[in-house]
Design a protein around this ligand. Structure first.
Ligand SMILES: *[C@@H]1O[C@H](CO)[C@@H](O)[C@H](O)[C@H]1NC(C)=O
Ligand SMILES: *[C@@H]1O[C@H](CO)[C@@H](O)[C@H](O)[C@H]1NC(C)=O
Ligand SMILES: *[C@@H]1O[C@H](CO)[C@@H](O)[C@H](O)[C@H]1NC(C)=O
Ligand SMILES: CC(=O)N[C@H]1CO[C@H](CO)[C@@H](O)[C@@H]1O
Length: 457
């Protein structure tokens, strides 16, 4: 991997080990609802950057600041600079200033004075993949890789605003990944330009751009460029390659650019014209009925007794909306925002919680398979930064459709970790792709009662 070799140039064995370990450990590849574990030792590595001016060999600098003294300044025409950040767990990104040119069709970015061999020894053919799930080979194999060159081909179009290059390949079509790998990172990376930025889309996918049209239009005042097809050379004063990402479905407000999920949710609410900022507060003696959205699933992890669940909730005086998540976000965000409680079995449809009003209750039903860590990383923990209340309902063996397939003493029930160790595809097949849920509505009722209690606080 590229960053490994870059680190090899200027960091100690110890740090390399930390990095290598962090990057390779535990990336469970999940086509569906994923989360990558990274070793906690990964976190605080010192700052690194690459800097150079024309005629100066590119140098890796440790702890930034001091540049090495230029050796031959006679050929400098215009100063250009490239700074790459390889320290983040989820994504690599580079920022280039000066006279920066890009040829989309060959995925090449031209930076004057760039000396590849001097920097990326033996890795010349490797480039940077601008998709925020860098340790996950399953995602990254479908992502276009960009390389750098010191050549300066003539410009076919000149742009006066910065360009951001990012990929919508990988798992971006999945709703969870669409948000966590692309939309939130794009917000983090581009919001500061207040629309004065152009998006250069790699691995363009028309379904994705249709689905997220409103987001793209709110973040950029310009039409996005399908960069893979561009035969001409586009010239920019600044290009950012790749997107910043903090955690799954989350923004760390302590990190630059100091946005928060609260800001992101306000951005969504204004972009989709969502009416409700807050969920209802139930007061004693009032007759308001809270709205409950049940995210229905048909293919896998379906509720087998939806109607029974609906009746029970209605008896608790909920107005119930039973719907399958779909990709018309204008329509679906409005439904979600109109509800006070949203519930569903762990899966990409739950990503719609980003549209819930503040103080709403989010209930995640966790199927069998020791999926608690996944449930918590993908949705449980993120929901806490969204000003939502979180409830988790772990089903029991008798509530799983797996009891129809396996004897009660089977390892499927006794030792899901053993199945996990056999590999992701086995694990996914058993617990995610072939499990449905028959809620014990009497047992589940207590969770809805708790949701009502939370709404009355
Ligand atoms: C790399 O990016 C992260 C996340 O944006 C940031 O916290 C860190 O300071 C950056 N490092 C450098 C060297 O800029
Ligand atoms: C772009 O700008 C350069 C430098 O100002 C100029 O030489 C070139 O003709 C311009 N190209 C186009 C297509 O406008
Ligand atoms: C989404 O639904 C809205 C409202 O029903 C409709 O006006 C719009 O055309 C739909 N958008 C797409 C892309 O289908
Ligand atoms: C428009 C377009 O895609 N042009 C070319 C891009 O490059 C490939 C080869 O790398 C050509 O096959 C395409 O014709």
């Amino acid at each position: 991997m590229m960053y490994k070799s870059i680190f090899a140039r200027s960091f100690s064995e110890h740090e390399q080990k930390k990095m290598g370990c962090g990057a390779f450990i535990g990336c469970l590849i999940i086509a569906f609802c994923i989360c990558a574990f990274f070793s906690p030792s990964l976190a605080p590595l010192p700052t690194r950057e690459l800097k150079f001016a024309t005629g100066i060999n590119l140098k890796m600098l440790r702890n930034t600041v001091e540049a090495s003294k230029p050796q031959n300044l006679n050929v400098i025409t215009m100063e250009s600079q490239i700074i790459c950040n390889f320290t983040e767990a989820a994504s690599d990104f580079c920022e280039m200033h000066g006279d920066i040119r890009i040829h989309g069709n060959s995925s090449t970015i031209f930076v004057p004075g760039f000396n590849l061999e001097d920097t990326f020894t033996g890795q010349n053919s490797l480039g940077i993949k601008p998709y925020a799930r860098k340790g996950d080979e399953g995602a990254m194999e479908t992502v276009r890789s960009f390389t750098f060159s010191p050549e300066m081909p003539g410009c076919t179009s000149n742009h006066s605003v910065p360009g951001i290059v990012f990929s919508i390949g990988g798992y971006a079509e999945n709703n969870f990944h669409g948000f966590t790998d692309v939309v939130i990172p794009l917000y983090l990376t581009s919001r500061k330009f207040k629309g004065q930025v152009k998006f250069l889309l790699a691995d363009k996918n028309a379904r994705w751009t249709t689905k997220f049209k409103i987001i793209l239009e709110k973040l950029s005042n310009y039409k996005a460029i399908d960069i893979d097809k561009e035969e001409g050379v586009h010239c920019f004063p600044r290009i950012i390659l790749g997107l910043e990402k903090h955690k799954e479905l989350n923004i760390d407000p302590l990190k630059s650019p100091h946005y928060s999920m609260k800001n992101f949710r306000e951005f969504l609410r204004s972009s989709y014209h969502l009416k409700r900022e807050y969920a209802i507060t139930l007061r004693h003696g009032e007759k308001k009925r809270p709205r409950l959205l049940i995210i229905s699933r048909k293919r896998t992890r379906a509720f087998m007794n939806e109607q029974e669940l609906v009746k029970m909730a209605q008896n608790l005086k909920f107005d119930v909306v039973l719907l399958e998540a779909h990709s018309n976000l204008t329509e679906f965000s409005e439904v979600v925002n109109s509800c006070d409680v949203m519930m569903g079995v762990h899966g990409a449809g739950l990503t719609n919680l980003v549209f819930l009003p503040n103080n709403a209750v989010f209930i995640q039903v966790v199927p069998l398979g020791r999926l608690e860590w996944l449930a918590r990383t993908d949705f449980g923990d993120p929901s806490k930064n969204m000003n939502l209340r979180y409830l988790e309902y772990r089903i029991e063996q008798r509530e799983s459709s797996l009891i129809q397939k396996y004897p009660p003493e089977d390892i499927v029930f006794k030792d899901p970790y053993l199945i996990q160790r056999r590999g992701w595809s086995d694990f996914r097949s058993v617990y995610l792709d072939n499990q449905n849920v028959k809620l014990d509505v009497r047992r589940f009722r207590a969770t809805l009662v708790e949701a009502l209690r939370m709404l009355s606080m």
